[in-house]
Design a protein around this ligand. Sequence first.
Ligand SMILES: C[S@@+](CC[C@H](N)C(=O)[O-])C[C@H]1O[C@@H](n2cnc3c(N)ncnc32)[C@H](O)[C@@H]1O
Length: 286
Amino acid sequence: MAESSGNSKTLSSMEQENDINYDCAADFVNECVLEFRWTDLSNDLIMDVGCGHDFNCCNFILKVFPDIKYLVAIDNDPSVFENADYIDERIYCCVGNIEERETLLPFVGQMDKIISTGTIDVISNKQLVFENVYHLLKPGGEAAFLFTLNHCYYNFLTVLLEIPKFRKMFKGQYDPNMYPKERRGQYYKQMLEEVGFHNVVSKVVEKKEPPPSDEDWKDILYEEFKNMFKISPHSVADIKEDLFQIYVTKIEKCKLKYMNRVLLLYLLGSKPISTFHSEVKQTTVL
Ligand SMILES: C[S@@+](CC[C@H](N)C(=O)[O-])C[C@H]1O[C@@H](n2cnc3c(N)ncnc32)[C@H](O)[C@@H]1O
């Protein structure tokens, strides 16, 4: 486990506030404030799992609760800390992997609150993550996870790969079972309860981004998908047009169309004060 310390570059809060990921993290923290009735966190130890290059969650938590003494930001990618433009001095950075308990040993049973946004989306063994977070919490500690249940771009890729022309050009990776329909709020609520969490709240939230101009929209779609397909330089304009037409007819079928639509899960739970029963239930071998 490596550590890195804060630096003193200036945060452009305006820049962060216009960012969709920051907005999602901010909405989620606000939900935690309401659900868990957070008021004074000045004596709490808080961890952000998968903080990412922009430290969205940490920065918003510090904005709402300026009395926090320090926050632990963990990420399994060291470049997050090495290349960050700004790290608040109250953020304690730590390279750690939430799937590998041994990388987080100093924090076992220490944390009052653990939050994670947009990190466990791509981790297939979510139960392992929930178990490891449970292990890091103090009795009575609280955990909050935000992750994607479905994404319009994934549905778009599914549609593209049904079209022979695009299937032939495809050079990316596609998991046909990335967002199974049966794994929604109730499925993960039950999983969190099986790990031992109490008072589990699961809420499905849809976020939509309004469309820009058609020309900008074509560019944005192309940028998003260009690396997944072999595209010859002379066919770029045609592909841009194709992608756009397919998107606005097959993915956004209604008159009012959105550029981006994502189904998110807010999943919150508490570790009981007495954990005897919950600890003996855990079975995952690490
Ligand atoms: C999409 S970013 C989300 C960043 C931030 N939480 C946000 O909401 O903007 C996901 C981050 O999780 C980190 N990550 C992915 N798997 C992880 C793991 N197993 N343990 C710790 N961090 C992980 C990635 O390195 C990346 O920085």
